[in-house]
Design a protein around this ligand. Structure first.
Ligand code: UDP
Length: 241
């Protein structure tokens, strides 16, 4: 655990300064929240699992050329990252309808889509992270059109890379949320985490959920799902080495 004061404390992690002004320490907490923090529980070991899962997934997309904030794992629940100014947008990509899209459009969870959907939410807890158009994001100064272009291209590459990585271990990537940030030099890089907190992950054969929906909907013990994802990814990595 770091002893310095956190620069930022979110629902599932803390961010600490380091001696290097361009680097921060990300610490994953054991907390799980849903419905804008209304539902909240602590799961011992969740921080360690998400630290490892997020490192694994960020490194996979970095190998495919997507710039990310990840530098290296530091400890069981900490990773060193590039310091960025977070762009206040959630970029969500959907391969099937689920969650808020299924609800908004009256579709069954898992309905196939005729095209991949990329959408934006404005990161603002007081407003409940509303769905917005890319034009809104530019209009309110959250990002430029050029930055939106970079984010969308990166998000589609992440979908291709992680979609295949998960499919290789019998998991379908239903949807996911990404966040991006600007480095000191203004480069837009993938920031924050990629984990079962931020992706929907279903077993290809049984449609069992391995992600945070286990907690949101009280479907099954949360961490067994996260452990299964990590187990499959690590077993696959062992095979491909
Ligand atoms: N998501 C997230 N953080 C959020 C909202 C959504 O990580 O604040 C992820 C969520 O886990 C899912 C995808 O983004 O993989 C799409 O979520 P959705 O809009 O369906 O919202 P939800 O059903 O989670 O409210």
């Amino acid at each position: 655990m770091s002893t310095s004061t956190a620069l930022y404390e979110g629902k599932a992690k803390r961010v600490f300064p380091t001696d290097d002004p361009d680097q921060v320490l990300f610490e994953y907490k054991d907390d799980a929240t849903a419905f804008n923090g209304v539902k909240h529980e602590t799961f011992s070991g969740k921080g360690e699992l998400n630290n490892r899962l997020s490192a694994h997934l960020l490194q996979a997309v970095a190998r495919a050329g997507v710039p990310t904030h990840f530098i290296r794992l530091v400890s069981e629940r900490q990773q060193l990252c590039r310091k960025v100014e977070i762009i206040p947008l959630e970029v969500i990509l959907r391969n099937r309808a689920a969650g808020s899209m299924a609800k908004r459009l009256g579709l069954d969870e898992g309905t196939p889509l005729k095209t991949t959907v990329v959408e934006y939410s404005y990161k603002n807890d007081a407003l409940g992270d509303p769905l917005i158009a890319a034009d809104h994001a530019v209009a309110i100064g959250a990002a430029t059109f050029a930055e939106i272009g970079v984010m969308e291209r990166c998000t589609r590459v992440v979908n291709r890379i992680l979609g295949q990585l998960f499919l290789d271990v019998g998991i379908e990537l239903i949807d996911f949320k990404l966040e991006f940030g600007r480095t000191a030099s203004g480069e837009v890089v993938l920031a924050d985490e990629i984990s079962p907190d931020t992706c929907r992950l279903w077993d290809v054969t049984t449609s069992e959920r391995f992600d945070k929906d286990r907690f949101r909907k009280d479907l099954a013990p949360l961490l067994e799902g996260y452990r299964e994802v990590l187990r499959r990814l690590e077993a696959q990595e062992g095979v491909s080495q």
